[in-house]
Structure formats: structure tokens, C-alpha cells
Write a protein that binds this ligand. Structure first.
Ligand SMILES: CC(=O)N[C@H]1[C@@H](OP(=O)(O)OP(=O)(O)OC[C@H]2O[C@@H](n3ccc(=O)[nH]c3=O)[C@H](O)[C@@H]2O)O[C@H](CO)[C@@H](O)[C@@H]1O
Ligand SMILES: C=C(OP(=O)(O)O)C(=O)O
Length: 429
């Protein structure tokens, strides 16, 4: 199993190209199931989750081909992929494929809308909470589907097709909002979704669906109106930049000090997190095609954050911000409100010398003057990268084990950080 060695202590300087967003690319790829025409996606990141979803889509009958110019410093990112679901050959998404990744469950929406049936295994994904699927069941039931759980599978049927309806989410869910938008696009009549997720990835999916001929209004706000159409066509769409990758590297620079330009990204995608970074003492400047992060000399201030759905502070940056706060000059508090078990990095950060205590969903972080390298274990995707950030500032060598978690969501991390002066090496075994 691969692991990563980080020799801490270097400041970061240079440019990092931000990839297309994993959490936008996945639902966009799934949208290809809605049409027998070709959906072309540009700026698709090269990630384990993307490769896994390609396998899952292939099982349903989606053909794909890769083409186009690659962008990025070393010519290894930003693929253009063409997806064609000419015929859906199988409406079952099996456990062996779906259990590896939460988003794969979302095929239930397009399969049900296009084929009027789907049998999808209950999902896997990062072990950060119980992550039920009740909102998907409720939402699709509102559109007229009959939903049953049988032997670990959700069996969904809508023999006459889905029918538009009003559905008010009792709780904000990104995935269930994606699925409702995809399903309602091919339902009869109008669907009104209230208390929808407002994440930029939802708006990105809606833009792509509209380019395919859907009629969606309001995506990016909490009320989405969808007028169903009888069929969707192909389209070409560029995956939006990864705001979580952006925030992660911004936090890495704030941690080590230095001056790095993050290119190919948009500050408006993560204003809340950038605000927290500014409060902590980093300078964030707009750059022509992205942003520039600097911290020279001044120390890190403690900052309290509470995770919230967009536009709040993203739960997917919580672990990284905690790593940063371990070196602040005082006490900070981080409250996790989205997932009930997303503090697994705490005990690993402690191995590096961090002082963190937990009381329910609140972590109290007492900044320490130094961290020291150690062996640590990646427990989930964002937790893994928080250990990398801590390792960059720790004295000596940090070894992050189980990096397959990292490979789900960070493209060429060693290379991107290495180009800015970090000593990060992948050790294969
Ligand atoms: C691939 C992808 O885009 N993953 C992101 C997506 O996950 P995902 O779409 O799984 O997250 P949700 O927004 O659905 O989850 C938010 C909360 O709702 C709960 N819930 C969700 C569905 C449901 O049927 N019932 C229910 O109770 C979840 O357990 C969680 O407590 O949004 C999360 C919140 O921003 C991010 O951390 C993930 O990185
Ligand atoms: C939690 C995440 O992914 P998933 O929803 O696929 O588990 C994530 O991207 O941080």
C-alpha cells in the first residue's frame, strides 16, 4: 500500500493549477445516463473516484473516450471525456461497485427517469457518519416512484414515468438535490424543490442539464423549479474548478508561509473559507485567473469556525482548517454540523503533537509552537490531506499511511506541492 513521506519545514512558493472539481465531475458524469446522445465534459480531474465512476457507468452501458488538450504545468490534468449512453443495458448498480463511493448511488435518479426502474445498492463513501438515503427515497417517492429496500438494494420503479411535484427537503442534501434535479428533468410536468442545496456544484450540474435541453431555474438558490421535458440531448460542458482543492492548498500555504498563486480557480466559490483564512493571518489577493495566498513572518491567529451548507464554511475543509489551527497562537473551536463522525483526524493530528479535545461536535484546538513528524493514518479523504498540511509544518519526517483515500480526491498532490518547494514523496510498497 502506498504511503507519503513529507519532510516538513519548507515554505511554499510558486503556482499550483487547480483541477476540475471532483464533486462536480461525478454528478455531471452521471447526467450522461439521461441521454442517448454524447455528453462531453472538459476539465475532468484524474482521480480514483472518476475512474471508479467510469466503471460503474460502463456497467450501465455508457461508452467513453478521452481526448483533447491537457492543461496544467506538467500536462497531466484537465481531460476532456466524451460519455455516450446510447442504450442502457443494465439498470442495476451492484454492491461491488457502489459500495466504494457515495456518489455512485446517484445513478438512481437518471436510471429511474429514463428507464422507469433502477436497482441500486446502498452506497459507501467516506466513513464520516451514518449517511442515510431517506431523503432520496422521500424525494423520488414524491415524483411518483415506488421505492423499496431489498437485500441491501433500493429498488425503485415508476412504470408510467415520473411525475413532477413539490418537494420540500427537511434537511439540506447536496446529493439528493442533484438526484431530484436529474430525475425531474425527465418527469412529466413541473417540479418545485424547496430547501435545496445551494452548493456551486448543484448550479454547475443544472447549467449542464440546461445545455442538454432541461428547463431548470433557480439552481444555486434554495428554490429550484424544473419543467420536465420528454428527452435530453448531448452537450459540451466544462467542469467548474475544485473549491475544496483550492481551499486545501490555500490552507497549506497559510500553514507553511510563503507565496503561492492558485490558478484556474475562482475565489467566489469559497468566500467563507477565505474569510477564515484572512482572519487567521493569511493574505488572499485576487489574481488574473485565480487567487494568490501569502503569509510572511506574521503568526497564525486562532479562528472559530462552524461548518454549514454553502455558502457557509464547508465541512470538506474542516479537517484542513483544524490542521492549520494546531499552530495558531491561541485557542480555537471548530464545530462540525454536517456529519456526526468527521473528527477522525483528531487522534492522528495528536500524533504530531497537536493539542485537541472533543466535546460532542465541537473540537477545541490549543495552538502549539511546534509539531513533530510521526507515522499517521489517513482515515478519509479530507482527513488525509489535513495530515499532509500538518506534516508540511512539522519538524522531521511525517509518513501518511493509506493514501488511497487521498487519491480519491487530490490529483497529483505530491507534484503540485513539490513544484512549490515542499518535500513530498510517494513511497510504493
Ligand atoms: C460527492 C460529493 O459531492 N460529496 C459531498 C456531498 O456529499 P453528500 O451529498 O453525501 O452529502 P449531503 O449533503 O447529502 O449530506 C448532508 C447531511 O445530510 C444527511 N442526509 C443526506 C441524505 C439523506 O438522504 N439523508 C440524510 O440524513 C447526511 O447524513 C449529512 O448529515 O456533500 C457533502 C456536504 O457538503 C460533502 O461533504 C461531500 O463531499
Ligand atoms: C466526503 C467526500 O466524498 P464522498 O461524499 O464521496 O464520501 C468528500 O469529497 O470530502
Amino acid at each position: 500500500m502506498d504511503r507519503i513521506r513529507i519532510r516538513g519545514g519548507n515554505t511554499l512558493a510558486g503556482t499550483i493549477h487547480i483541477s476540475g472539481a471532483k464533486n462536480a465531475a461525478l454528478p455531471l458524469m452521471i447526467a450522461s445516463l439521461l441521454t442517448d446522445d454524447t455528453l462531453t465534459l472538459e476539465n475532468v480531474p484524474h482521480l480514483a473516484d472518476v475512474e471508479q465512476l467510469i466503471r460503474i457507468l460502463g456497467n450501465h452501458g455508457v461508452d467513453y473516450s478521452v481526448s483533447g488538450k491537457r492543461v496544467g504545468q506538467n500536462g497531466a490534468s484537465g481531460r476532456t471525456i466524451h460519455f455516450t449512453a446510447r442504450t442502457i443495458v443494465d439498470t442495476t448498480a451492484p454492491y461491488e461497485l457502489v459500495s466504494k463511493m457515495r456518489a455512485s448511488f446517484w445513478v438512481i435518479g437518471p436510471l429511474l427517469a429514463r428507464c422507469h426502474e433502477a436497482r441500486v445498492s446502498l452506497p459507501g463513501g467516506c466513513a464520516i457518519g451514518t449517511r442515510p438515503v431517506d431523503l432520496f427515497i422521500e424525494g423520488l417517492t414524491a415524483l411518483g416512484a415506488r421505492m423499496e429496500i431489498e437485500n441491501g438494494y433500493i429498488v425503485a420503479k415508476a412504470p408510467g414515468g415520473l411525475v413532477g411535484n413539490r418537494y420540500v427537503f427537511p434537511k439540506v442534501s447536496v446529493g439528493a438535490t442533484h438526484v431530484m434535479m436529474m430525475a425531474a428533468s425527465l418527469a412529466k410536468g413541473e417540479t418545485l424543490i424547496e430547501n435545496a442545496a445551494r452548493e456551486p456544484e448543484v448550479a454547475d450540474l443544472a447549467a449542464c442539464l440546461n445545455a442538454m435541453g432541461a428547463r431548470i431555474e433557480g439552481a444555486g438558490t434554495s428554490t429550484i423549479r424544473i419543467e420536465g421535458v420528454t428527452s435530453l440531448s448531448g452537450a459540451r460542458h466544462r467542469v467548474l474548478p475544485d473549491r475544496i482543492e483550492t481551499g486545501t492548498y490555500a490552507m497549506a500555504v497559510a500553514m507553511t508561509g510563503g507565496d503561492v498563486t492558485l490558478e484556474g480557480t475562482r475565489p467566489d466559490l469559497l468566500e467563507n473559507a477565505l474569510g477564515a483564512l484572512r482572519e487567521a493571518g493569511a493574505e488572499i489577493l485576487e489574481a488574473p485567473n485565480g487567487l494568490r495566498v501569502r503569509r510572511n513572518g506574521n503568526g497564525l491567529q486562532p479562528v472559530d469556525v462552524v461548518t454549514d451548507p454553502f455558502p457557509g464554511f464547508p465541512t470538506d475543509l474542516q479537517a484542513q482548517f483544524m490542521a492549520l489551527m494546531t499552530r495558531s497562537s491561541g485557542v480555537s473551536h471548530i464545530t462540525e454540523t454536517i456529519f456526526e463522525n468527521r473528527f477522525m483526524h483528531v487522534q492522528e493530528l495528536a500524533r504530531l503533537g497537536a493539542r485537541i479535545s472533543l466535546a460532542g461536535q465541537v473540537a477545541r484546538i490549543e495552538g502549539v509552537p511546534r509539531l513533530a513528524g510521526a507515522q499517521v493514518m489517513a482515515t478519509d479523504l479530507r482527513a488525509s490531506v489535513s495530515l499532509v498540511i500538518a506534516g508540511l509544518a512539522a519538524e522531521g519526517d511525517t509518513f501518511v499511511n493509506r493514501v488511497y483515500h487521498l487519491d480519491r480526491g487530490f490529483e497529483r498532490l505530491e507534484e503540485k506541492l513539490g513544484n512549490c518547494g515542499a518535500e513530498v514523496e510517494r513511497l510504493s510498497s
